[in-house]
Design a protein around this ligand. Structure first.
Ligand code: AMP
Ligand code: MG
Length: 318
């Protein structure tokens, strides 16, 4: 019974422990956001650098008022349109939020996940839950309980909610006055925000320079094997290669392992299956290197290529 599992997880959170839990994006590694010692354990277990801030997960839009200083009417409207959902909003933090959660920044990233287990956990624990992705720093994001256990076998507890539905991390925007800056692309695009709230925000595509956070680094989300973006289908691919394709029908390499994230370049399907495909290739001992098909960088394709480029950053075909 998932209710019993949630009850166990709540006790662990209350006692300052760590619980991995499903959201609609990826699995999170959660602690009571108001308990700095518990939050410190997240950085330790993930081997995450202390300069990389955590996202605070809430179960109600009202929590924005207690946790932030500038949740004005437009911010509330933004949350009402997209929460629960894969949109993290970065705002000026209130004194209630411990510095360790935000890596000393005066801002905090907040979101309300669209997942029943996550929402029940946050409500029953009766505190906001600070949670980054439940993986080792820099490695593949987890989209199933098995992926979490592979990378974090020592986590106190894993709530198993099956595979996540969205499959890539939340869109992150920061809001300062009426300026909305995209800090990380995701399934919710700037165009979605513009359409939902016309004439509300001025969009800034320049990432703030002072903000150094790994979600913004060039290399991140990487498998432990070489990953290359396929740029030339006539390339002489070595043996023991794995291919991750999204619908490219003209490309079939007989002796190799092929995983399709989609057969029709459906971007929602590709996002949902991307990390599972990478994990499956990583786990297959016969595969020595992975080749992945690119997608066109429009709409959700921007977020998909963001993850693919970061995951393959160390490896480029000549
Ligand atoms: P993860 O949950 O593992 O995807 O990591 C959370 C990401 O959220 C970080 O790497 C940052 O890029 C971003 N983030 C969280 N809080 C803030 C903040 N206050 N300002 C800017 N970015 C943030
Ligand atoms: Mg992460």
């Amino acid at each position: 019974m998932i209710e019993n599992q949630i009850e166990i997880a709540v006790q662990i959170i209350r006692n300052g422990g760590l619980v991995a839990f499903p959201t609609e994006t990826v699995y999170g590694l959660g602690a009571n956001a108001f308990n700095p010692l518990a939050v410190a354990k997240i950085f330790e277990l993930k081997e995450r650098p202390s300069f990389d801030p955590l996202i605070v997960h809430v179960a109600s839009i009202d929590d924005l008022h207690a946790l932030t200083e500038n949740a004005d009417r437009n911010v509330i409207r933004l949350a009402e349109k997209f929460w629960p959902g894969p949109l993290t909003i970065v705002l000026l933090k209130s004194k209630l939020v411990p510095d360790i959660v935000t890596s000393g920044l005066n801002t905090v990233g907040i979101r309300m996940p669209d997942n029943d287990i996550a929402l029940k956990l946050i409500r029953a624990a009766n505190c906001p839950i600070a949670a980054p992705s439940a993986n080792k720093f820099g490695q593949l994001s987890p989209v199933s309980a098995e992926h979490v256990k592979k990378q974090l076998p020592n986590v106190d507890y894993v709530l198993d909610g099956g595979n996540t539905s969205v499959g890539i991390e939340s869109t992150i925007v920061s809001i300062e006055g009426n300026v909305c800056s995209l800090l990380r692309p995701g399934v919710i695009t700037i165009a979605d925000i513009e359409n939902a709230l016309p004439n509300t925000f001025i969009f800034n595509s320049e990432k703030p320079e002072k903000l150094i956070a790994p979600g913004l680094l060039k290399s991140h989300y990487s498998p432990v094997k070489p990953l290359y973006i396929i740029c030339n289908k006539a390339f002489c691919f070595p043996e023991a290669s794995g291919f991750i394709l999204h619908g490219g029908k003209d490309f079939i390499h007989k002796e190799s392992k092929i995983i399709y994230t989609s057969h029709t370049f459906n971007y929602l399907e590709i996002a949902a299956n991307l990390f599972s495909a990478l994990h499956a290739m990583e786990d297959d001992e016969h595969i020595k290197q992975i080749f992945i098909e690119p997608v066109t960088e429009v709409g959700l394709g921007i977020a998909i290529m963001d993850r693919i480029k970061k995951a393959s950053y160390k490896y480029q075909l000549a």
